[in-house]
Structures are given as structure tokens and as C-alpha cells.
Design a protein around this ligand. Structure first.
Ligand code: FAD
Length: 487
């Protein structure tokens, strides 16, 4: 998914407020949710972070998620902004004592708004930020409130980078769901580069997991979503990075069909060093954009992309040598929208017919909504060489892509015009999808969706879920239903 979010988090929150407040009134949590005020005060006194309640001025801004729309517009009873593992432990205890639904969030980017819930408790890890780099072992120890931009900023000082996603504000959910980014062709998924983690389980135990300690849980943590506990710490393997060749070519919309095909043909023979995304979008009057990052011998990269340049000379060309650390500032997106509804589908082969459906569907977009189609994370290289049962993340088919599409709008009432287009597009694209789903781009939830996410690893994950979270406390995620709930 695009790096267009570097700037939007705050604006989304603010934009979300008017939409949300307009929809519903205020109420007292003590009256509205059956959690008594004395119990809340006891909880507050033990927390080093802040408790945010519906009566607080920043409640609406804090409860909002990044993709704000009527389906993600939820009102939790309590938001616990955790500053320490002790805060997380106390939040879990409080949830048990008061029988509250639990939502866990780090970067808050879940399409389906899993970082919030109605009438429950949000365990918000975002205040837990720290990154400690060990340049000698090329590793980083990261608190899971740190987002991708913050982690790269710390590691880049040592000429090192983790394998993270392409958006700086995405958080820990990325590694838990797999994690695909600019370096995945060379070094695999984010979860392939996770060396250890620390989890707080549903029974409020702190567990260190790696190849030796709780190896079953370590396997499941790498791709199994937030099913098994609250992750508070990750240790990442880092890779030396220096200069890269990066930037975008922009074309008029009328070339979209040709350029989608050219993009597919380029990526089907791309070296591991090259990753690229393309997008057909309405902003700036409509354009087709291809964004490249080449992380290898730069002269070879220039030669390769010069061939692509010749297919159709782009209207705008920003490809140049840059520092890897600058990639998160590469996007130049217009900030003209307030609400958003997005879905994605994992496509195993990009056919000409699929491209035709996309281009035709783009032409049928609802007027007045910003609209885009993206091909993200073309699967090739190292990420596809890892066996599908090596970690819980099994989507490793060469030549597959994530096809994302969304609408954005400014006025709350436009939701009813913009959202149905996304749902209908999703339906029309299903004949071209292979039946699998990427955890990080889930467009629907439920047991069938989870089976599509985990494929051959599903049964093994059910056993691990049953062992560590038998009552399914952590279920706002690509949810694996424990055995007890099957019976
Ligand atoms: C703009 C945008 C760009 C994106 N770019 C990429 C990309 O380049 N590559 C890619 O692979 N994906 C990408 N994604 C998808 C992204 O990886 C997923 O949405 C991911 O789940 C977000 O993680 P988060 O921590 O930001 O979100 P959250 O909404 O906070 O969490 C997402 C899920 O993870 C769980 N979770 C989060 N933190 C924890 C924790 N510490 N412990 C236990 N469970 C936790 C939550 O409960 C929820 O189920 C993008 C999404 C967006 C919206």
C-alpha cells in the first residue's frame, strides 16, 4: 500500500471527529457500559499511561482509526494508552474483571478498524516507543508502539534497515500479519526477519519467544496476526542499505491499460533488487503512476529502468539516486479527503482480462469520490523462496500481487455513494482472485476468511490458539477460533 499516510494520521483523526460526533451523542461510561466509576478510578491509579473515557475532550480523536468510515466508527468504553508492560498486564486484568471486549492497537492502520471496538477496552500500545540498535549484530530491539518511520530513522544512522512496509505510520500489526515492503524481494517478509518477540498472553503472562523459547508461539507470531497475545517487543534482523534508485513515472490515464501490462511484464522478470508499485488514481485530475525502488548496483538499475522509460516517455519522472532512509518522504500525495473505505484482494496472476476489469471499473467510479486502484507487493525473490510452513505467513506465490482499491470523500453523507462502489468492485474481482487473503489487507472477517488467510497453516494455528488463548480474548484480528469454541 502506498506511503501516502506519512502526513495524514493527525488530519484523519481531526477529520473523523466531526463525522463521529455528528452521528451519536455523549454518555457516561459508568452508566453506559456497566463499568463502575470506582473500578475505573482504581485502574487509572495503577496505570503509568493515560486512561481516556468518553467524557474526555480527546476521546473522539483517540477512538478514531486511520480508515474512518461508518463501519469503523466504534465507541469503546475505555482507551488505555499503555506506557509499559505493567500497563498492558493491568489492562488485561481490567478487561477480565469487567468482561470487556478487547481491541489491541499499535499503528491503528487496520482496514477493518480492529484497533477499536464498541463498549470494550482499547489497549493502545502507541505510547510504548523505543528502538535500540546493535550495529555489531545488525539487530534492533523495538517496543511495539514504534512505527516503521521511527524504526527506520533509528537504524538508518548505522546504515542499516529493517524489512518493513512502504508506509511510515504503520505499526506492529505489519510484522504480525507477515509484512511486505521494498526489501522483500531481497530479504523476505518482515516476519522472516523477526528474530524474537515478547508477548503478554490472555492469562496475563509475559513470554519471550524465539527459536528456543516457546518456539510454537514464535512460529505463530510470524504471520498469525494478533491472535496469541499482546506483542510488546520485537527483535528485528537489519540489513546494510546505502543509496537506492527510487522515484516514480507518471502517465496520463489513457495509457493505464498499456502501462498496467508493462508493469506486470517488467515485474515478472524483475531481479530481487527491484520492487515497484503502480496505481491508477483520480487525484490531480487522474493519472497512472509507477513507483520504483531498486536496492542493488545502481548503474544496473538505471539501465533496467531506462528500458521501461522507453515504452512510453512519462509526463513526470522523479526517478533518481536517493538514500534508503529517505524513501518514506518520497510520496507527494494530496491531502484532500477525510473519510476512506478500502479493500484489497490477493490476485495470484495478473491477466489482461483482470486489467480490463480494473480500467473499466475505474471509469465507472462514483463522481465526487477520490478513487484508486493499486498493484502492491509484486511477489518475487526471497519472500517466495521461504517454505510456506516455515512461519505462519504462507502467501508466497511468485507473480501474485495485492490489488488494493478505495474511495475517499469529504462529507459524511457521501459514504452512501462511495462505499458501495468498493463493495461491488470487490465482488467483480473475485473471479480473478485465487481464494487466498493477505492478513494485513483483509476486507472481511469471520472463520472462512481466517482459513483463506492461513491456508495450509490453519490447523496448526488452531492448536496454538487453543493452548494460549482458549477463550478467544484476542479476536479483533484475522481470528483463529480456538477448539473450545468449535465444540
Ligand atoms: C496506508 C497503509 C499502508 C500500508 N502499507 C503496507 C505495506 O507496505 N506492507 C504491508 O505488508 N502492509 C501494509 N499495510 C497493511 C498493514 O500492515 C496492516 O493494516 C497492519 O495490520 C497495520 O498494523 P498497525 O499496527 O498499524 O495497525 P493496528 O490497527 O493497530 O493493528 C492491526 C492488527 O494487529 C493487531 N495488533 C497491532 N499491534 C499489536 C500488538 N502489539 N500486539 C498484538 N496485536 C497487535 C491489532 O489488534 C489488529 O488486529 C498498509 C496499510 C495502510 C492503511
Amino acid at each position: 500500500m502506498k506511503s501516502r499516510r506519512s502526513f495524514i494520521k493527525q488530519s484523519t483523526m481531526l477529520a473523523g471527529v466531526s463525522f463521529l460526533v455528528a452521528g451519536r451523542g455523549r454518555w457516561s461510561p459508568a452508566l453506559g457500559f456497566g463499568v463502575d466509576a470506582a473500578s475505573i478510578e482504581r485502574f487509572r491509579s495503577k496505570l503509568s499511561g493515560r486512561l481516556i473515557l468518553p467524557s474526555d475532550a480527546d476521546y473522539d480523536a483517540t477512538r478514531a482509526v486511520v480508515s474512518q468510515n461508518p463501519e469503523t466508527d466504534k465507541r469503546p468504553a475505555i482507551i488505555a494508552r499503555c506506557k509499559s508492560e505493567q500497563d498492558v498486564l493491568r489492562s488485561i486484568d481490567f478487561a477480565h474483571e469487567n468482561e470487556l471486549e478487547v481491541a489491541v492497537r499499535s499503528g491503528n492502520h487496520s482496514f477493518l478498524g480492529w484497533g477499536t471496538c464498541d463498549r470494550g477496552i482499547v489497549i493502545d500500545l502507541s505510547p510504548m516507543k523505543s528502538v535500540t540498535v546493535d550495529p555489531a549484530s545488525k539487530t534492533a530491539l523495538v517496543s511495539t508502539g514504534s512505527n516503521a518511520g521511527e524504526i527506520l530513522a533509528s537504524t538508518a544512522r548505522f546504515g542499516l534497515a529493517p524489512v518493513l512496509g512502504e508506509c511510515p505510520t504503520v505499526g506492529a500489526g505489519l510484522a504480525l500479519g507477515g509484512g511486505l515492503g521494498w526489501l522483500s524481494g531481497l530479504h523476505g517478509a518482515t516476519c522472516d526477519n523477526l528474530l524474537a518477540a515478547r508477548l503478554i498472553t490472555a492469562d496475563a503472562k509475559i513470554l519471550d519467544v524465539d527459536d528456543r523459547r516457546n518456539p510454537d508461539l514464535f512460529w505463530a507470531t510470524r504471520g498469525g496476526g494478533g491472535n496469541f497475545g499482546v506483542a510488546t517487543q520485537f527483535q528485528y534482523r537489519l540489513h546494510p542499505v546505502g543509496g537506492v534508485l527510487a522515484g516514480s513515472f507518471i502517465y496520463p490515464v489513457k495509457l493505464a491499460r498499456d502501462m498496467f501490462r508493462a508493469f506486470r511484464d517488467l515485474m515478472s522478470i524483475a531481479p530481487d533488487e527491484l520492487q515497484a508499485e503502480c496505481q491508477l488514481r483520480t487525484d490531480r485530475g487522474g493519472q497512472f503512476c509507477v513507483e520504483f525502488v531498486y536496492s542493488g548496483d545502481l548503474a544496473r538499475g538505471e539501465n533496467l529502468l531506462n528500458q521501461f522509460r522507453k515504452i512510453h516517455p512519462p509526463d513526470h519522472d522523479s526517478l533518481k539516486r536517493r538514500a534508503y532512509a529517505d524513501l518514506y518522504t518520497m510520496g507527494d500525495w494530496e491531502e484532500s479527503w477525510k473519510f476512506e473505505f478500502l479493500k484489497a484482494t490477493y490476485v495470484e496472476r495478473v491477466s489482461d482480462e483482470l486489467i480490463d476489469v480494473i480500467v473499466d471499473r475505474f471509469a465507472q467510479r462514483p463522481l465526487g469520490c477520490e478513487t484508486a486502484f493499486n498493484f502492491d507487493h509484486y511477489m518475487h525473490g526471497q519472500v517466495c523462496r521461504v517454505p510456506e510452513n516455515a512461519t505462519a505467513f504462507s502467501l508466497r506465490k511468485p507473480d501474485a500481487v495485492q490489488l488494493g482499491f478505495w474511495t475517499q470523500w469529504k462529507i459524511p453523507t457521501d459514504a452512501s455513494r462511495c462505499m458501495p462502489w468498493v463493495n461491488e468492485t470487490f465482488r467483480l474481482l473475485q473471479p480473478y482472485a485465487g481464494g487466498r487473503i493477505y492478513a494485513n489487507y483483509m476486507a472481511s472477517s469471520g472463520p472462512q476468511a481466517a482459513k483463506s488467510v492461513f491456508g495450509p497453516n490453519y490447523e496448526r494455528l488452531v492448536a496454538i490458539k487453543t493452548k494460549y488463548d482458549p477463550t478467544n480474548l484476542f479476536h479483533l484480528n484475522p481470528n483463529i477460533v480456538p477448539q473450545s469454541e468449535h465444540e
